[in-house]
Design a protein. Structure first.
Length: 183
């Protein structure tokens, strides 16, 4: 089956990048957090008829769309020291198992960053459904996870004189997805 084809009884929704947020945060200098986001996001969410809990989630994030509100830092993050956007232009996630109810469900899947693929589990909720002004059906979801950047080969760091490192290893990920299916 083509990955963009949903099984019978399932509707495929497309991620609306204008109404979707992919955000992250990481410890900086061991005293605060740097926040950033990716604006280049695309993908699909398959939802079985009669349910709002997805049966499959596939997402692609353009590394070059990173924005931490500091152009010099963004350039460094795109460099070979971090994401190496030229060689690894996308971050991808493909679900392998989804369990739970609308109030809370888990989305297990394979996350690929910097050419490294690792299993990740997102904690998710269904936020709502309804038609847009043009008659298309829309659904909303939130999801959260924590990963270690070192698991994905993102190990650049700088030791601090007072001890510790400039950048933490744990990354908090927050997703707000709005998906749309044509009428």
């Amino acid at each position: 089956m083509n990955p963009t084809e949903a099984p019978a009884g399932t509707k495929t929704y497309t991620i609306d990048p204008a109404h979707t947020a992919v955000r992250f945060s990481v410890r900086h200098l061991m005293i605060s957090r740097v926040h950033g986001q990716f604006s280049g996001v695309s993908g699909t969410v398959d939802v079985p008829t009669g349910s709002n809990v997805p049966s499959a989630v596939n997402v692609a994030i353009e590394v070059a769309s990173i924005d931490t509100r500091e152009p010099q830092r963004d350039g460094h993050l795109k460099s070979p020291d971090f994401f190496h956007a030229e060689n690894f232009p996308q971050i991808t996630f493909h679900s392998t198992r989804i369990e739970g109810s609308e109030e809370e469900f888990s989305v297990a899947g394979d996350l690929t960053i910097h050419g490294e693929t690792k299993p990740v589990v997102l904690s998710a909720t269904f936020d709502g459904a309804g038609p847009d002004p043009w008659g298309n059906q829309r659904l909303g979801y939130e999801a959260h996870a924590k990963i270690k950047r070192s698991d994905f080969g993102l190990t650049w760091n700088q030791a601090l004189e007072a001890g510790g490192f400039a950048i933490g290893d744990e990354i908090k990920i927050d997703l707000n997805l709005e998906v749309v299916a044509p009428k």
